[in-house]
Ligand binder design. Structure first.
Ligand code: SF4
Length: 308
């Protein structure tokens, strides 16, 4: 509580306990993905600038690091696309100077073709970009990109970045049923990953409430079949019922559940009352849904959480 830009540490399937650092205002992004768990993009932009005050962010991270708690990764992610922040490179260097905790950047990868973005990320330990499609039409359909972006340039950017960057690249492939899961598109994505040569491939699907209702998940069985074609470096990261969960704070989970028990609430409401960052909240809400304690309903354009 009390932090505006830092949240967690939150349990994360890909990064263990991750201290999240939010660099841009809510849903400032170069994409408006149909599967986005945060809802619709409020500002679709390619403009890089200091969206949030750099020194304040650094101060909050230092306080959070001193407060303790298990932290496996310091992660630049949050409410939109972190590489839009023009001082991300400076912040990575500053933080690498004060902590041995590895630093990760969760990015949609759309700006990796820019040499300034590449340079900014060189000091990070892990970059986690996402690739959903190779065909332009499918790319537009799923990522609803800024019109000045093209998937060919983005993939070439990832290939070029791989050549410059000495750290780890864990590439996420996000699959949506009936949109980018055809055999031919999967084959094209595989060919692209061979050029990008990531250290790991993370197969994912729509497990959290998506921005668009029609963005449906693949089954675990389908993902397993696709995984085989990507080889040994590929793992499924989508959480399915019965899969091992990492530990969560029971107090936070109960506080959230008690709030929802009173009346149906939106993500904004819960964030406002608990003071928790939306990204952190989504992890608890997903867990409560998996335990069948709450459900998501829609009224007009608004999504509400209520008890089952
Ligand atoms: S999923 Fe990520 S890249 Fe896509 S719209 Fe949401 S924040 Fe942007």
């Amino acid at each position: 509580m009390g932090s505006k830009y830092v949240y967690g540490p939150v349990p994360s399937r890909r990064l263990g306990f991750s201290l999240g650092v939010d660099l841009v205002p809510f849903k400032y992004c170069s994409y408006d993905c149909i599967y986005c768990q945060l809802g619709k993009t409020t500002k679709k932009t390619l403009e890089r600038k200091e969206y949030a005050p750099t020194e304040k962010i650094l101060k909050e991270v230092k306080i959070a690091l001193n407060t303790g708690g298990r932290t496996d990764y310091l992660t630049f992610s949050g409410s939109g696309e972190p590489t839009l922040h023009s001082k991300i490179g400076y912040m990575i260097k500053q933080l690498k100077g004060i902590t041995a905790i590895p630093l990760a950047v969760l990015t949609n990868g759309s700006l990796l073709f820019r040499s300034d973005v590449q340079s900014d990320l060189l000091s990070a330990d892990v970059i986690l970009p996402t690739l959903c499609a190779v065909s332009e039409k499918i790319f537009i359909k799923i990522n609803r990109n800024h019109p000045l972006l093209s998937i060919g340039t983005i993939i070439q950017g990832m290939v070029d970045f791989r050549r410059r960057y000495q750290g780890k690249i864990w590439l996420e492939i996000m699959l949506v049923k009936g949109i980018n899961d055809s055999e031919s598109e999967i084959r094209k994505i595989k060919e692209a990953t061979e050029k990008i040569a990531p250290d790991k491939i993370h197969l994912n699907t729509v497990v959290r409430p998506p921005s668009e209702k029609y963005a449906a998940p693949l089954s675990y069985k389908q993902l397993q079949k696709i995984k085989q074609s990507f080889g040994d470096t590929c793992e499924i990261i989508a959480g399915f019922k019965g899969k091992k969960q990492i530990s969560y704070s029971h107090t936070k989970e109960n506080d959230i559940l008690n709030l929802i028990k009173r009346r149906p609430v939106t993500l904004d409401d819960i964030s406002h009352v608990t003071g928790l960052h939306k990204n952190e909240l989504l992890k608890y809400l997903e867990r409560l849904k998996t335990k069948q304690k709450i459900k998501l309903t829609q009224h007009k354009a608004q999504k509400y959480y209520e008890v089952m």
